[in-house]
Design a protein around this ligand. Sequence first.
Ligand code: ZN
Length: 132
Amino acid sequence: MDELEIHFKTNRQSEEFPLVSPHLRGLVLDVAFYVGRKYGKPILITDLLRTQEEQDAIYGSNPEYWKKPWRSVHEFGRGCDIRSRDFMAAQTAELLRYIASAWPYDPERPEMHTAIIHSAGNGMHLHLQVLS
Ligand SMILES: [Zn+2]
């Protein structure tokens, strides 16, 4: 494979990619290059933009959500989900360390992360986010 290869779950993510934040696109390209070069694999983008309705569907079973529905960076073109089961645990840990060092989320808020592994009701994935 090419050292920089991005796969998309469906056409939707492929069409949305040019529309999201340039910072997010830069981050995704860097992550794809890092993963391609070090692990010889492409990344698979599963989720980019999300509507309020989709946000409601994901968090709808959580009663806390309906008290004060929170917004998602995915609604603003600042979030990207990448399939994480393609990576071994040690690779994931290394990737998270790399992203944290190369792409700090907000120097004013060191507790905030650019990359996390989590499940938001839509399966475990690597969630990437940028401040702007
Ligand atoms: Zn996400």
